[in-house]
Design a protein around this ligand. Structure first.
Ligand SMILES: NC(=O)c1ccc[n+]([C@@H]2O[C@H](COP(=O)([O-])OP(=O)(O)OC[C@H]3O[C@@H](n4cnc5c(N)ncnc54)[C@H](O)[C@@H]3O)[C@@H](O)[C@H]2O)c1
Ligand SMILES: N[C@@H](CCO)C(=O)O
Ligand code: NA
Length: 439
């Protein structure tokens, strides 16, 4: 079996690594739309080889293009661009560094790799004068990284917040609307091609944390890695949380929130976090259902922008990959390059404990005099100001819902710990951060 097919005169030659959910769609569209892509890129864009784990499992692909040897394919003289759709960090990191060092440009959807090693990859791309594009790595089909890297390069971004994981949004939407079970909905998300190969990456928030690291890096011109991002998944979101939210006209979403925080003394830092958030049903993010993603960007001059669309799935993700591929081809045609790494601001990353957040706390308490005062005192002792309290009687107990004003996350966390230890509190029913309300 040949690793590389005979080249077509003048064409940009593509090595495709991985031909699964996304790679399969890229291969299909590259073939079906070859004429259009050539017209848009200014040069034919053709497959030079496809690396998969098991070539014998792909009867749908031209056998002369298939190989199991990705390492050899990426440095082949017949290849100009490597499109990586395998996923994971090793061995992919080594392949892409080798490709970049050999002067090949790289297009990848691999957020896990970029969130840890983008500095090395950009450095290798720079040294070789090659391109590194990764629009598909965050929010699938939605053009989001190109706007951050290019369209908003002249503005000062203050906040990027939104739903960036399709699988968890699919699960939370189903739990909320139909009361569907967690496990069966996750299986459905995997079947539809939304979930990662190991879906714990989705449900435990790793995928969204990688995306938050990429978004914060681009928005704030600072290197932010996945380990800098505070991460909580949806595994602990219970039917009780969703019910508590519903009673108050709210719902629960897993949000990535990246902020530029300025201290009283004017010192700037970056905060990046991923966790479940209670938002009002009137909030625009509440209406984002299924595997759709939506991201708000706030910038000084532009104001508020919203990006919305399909964040996962083979075909939508392939759209972003092909857009990057056309950009690389166009750059090659004119002898230019796409944007390089922009990390000049090098802002410090603020720990989660010092990040200002707001909490919603739902308690089951004894229904007698002085209980509210004790609970309120615990908030006051930690310097946390209460925005709203709602009490309703349930038999000999009372249900108490407290929503706070903004306070450092660590102060809110220790307040909840203390409240949980009060004799008058039978149970802390639900604790969740809130967004999007004037309290
Ligand atoms: N599925 C989505 O909705 C989606 C969306 C955005 C980004 N992504 C990212 O795109 C990438 C691919 O995701 P996917 O859903 O298509 O995965 P997938 O599991 O469907 O496909 C992976 C492909 O990689 C190949 N592969 C695995 N190990 C290999 C090896 N050692 N050598 C050669 N080939 C190998 C497999 O044969 C398969 O063809 C991942 O980085 C993922 O995070 C996926
Ligand atoms: N598993 C990811 C794929 C898109 O990056 C998700 O569910 O959002
Ligand atoms: Na995108």
């Amino acid at each position: 079996m040949n690793t590389v097919a005979a080249p077509q005169e003048g064409a940009i030659r593509v090595a495709l690594l991985g031909c699964g959910t996304v790679g399969g769609e890229v291969a299909r569209l590259l073939t079906e739309q070859a004429g259009e892509l050539a017209a848009r890129a200014g040069v034919p864009v053709e497959l030079a080889g496809i690396a998969v784990r098991r070539p014998d499992k792909h009867p749908e692909l031209p056998p002369e293009l298939l190989t199991a040897d990705a390492e050899k394919l990426v440095t082949s003289d017949e290849v100009d661009v490597v499109v990586e759709l395998v996923g994971g960090i090793e061995p992919v990191r080594g392949w892409l560094l080798a490709a970049l060092k050999a002067g090949k440009s790289v297009v990848t959807a691999n957020k896990a790799l970029l969130a840890e090693h983008s500095a090395d990859l950009f450095e290798a791309a720079d040294a070789a004068g090659a391109d590194l594009y990764f629009e598909a790595a965050v929010a699938g089909a939605i053009p989001l990284l190109r706007p951050l890297r290019e369209s908003l390069a002249g503005d000062r971004i203050t906040r990027v917040m939104g739903i960036v994981n399709g699988t968890t949004n699919f699960i939370l939407s189903a739990m909320d609307s139909s009361g569907a079970g967690y496990a069966e909905t996750l299986d459905e998300a995997s079947r539809l091609g939304y979930a990662e190969a190991d879906p714990t990456a989705d449900v435990d928030g790793y995928d969204a944390a990688s995306k938050a690291a990429i978004l914060a890096s681009l928005a704030f011109h600072t290197r932010v890695t996945a380990s800098d991002v505070h991460r909580e998944g949806i595994a602990d979101v219970t039917a009780a949380d969703l019910a508590a939210a519903r009673m108050l006209g709210r719902t629960v979403k897993l949000l990535a929130i990246c902020e530029r925080v300025t201290d009283d003394d004017g010192v700037e830092s970056v905060s990046a976090r991923v966790h479940p958030v209670m938002i009002p049903r009137s909030h625009q993010l509440a209406g984002v259902g299924g595997a759709f993603n939506a991201v708000y960007v706030e910038a000084d001059a532009a104001g508020e922008l919203m990006f919305y669309g399909q964040g996962a799935g083979g075909s939508p993700t392939a759209s972003a990959v092909l857009g990057d591929l056309v950009a690389v081809a166009r750059n090659r045609v004119v002898g230019g390059r796409g944007p390089r790494e922009s990390a000049h601001a090098a802002l410090p990353v603020r720990p989660m404990g010092q990040t200002p957040t707001r909490y919603h706390v739902s308690l089951s308490v004894a229904d007698r005099a002085g209980v509210l005062a004790q609970v309120a005192q615990a908030f006051a002792d930690h310097g946390v100001s209460i925005a709203a309290v709602r009490q309703s009687d349930v038999g000999d107990r009372a249900s108490l819902v407290v929503v706070t004003h903004q306070a450092p996350d660590a102060a809110l966390e220790s307040t909840v710990d203390e409240i949980g230890r009060l004799d008058v509190v039978h149970e802390v029913v639900s604790v969740m951060r809130v967004e999007g309300e004037d309290q």
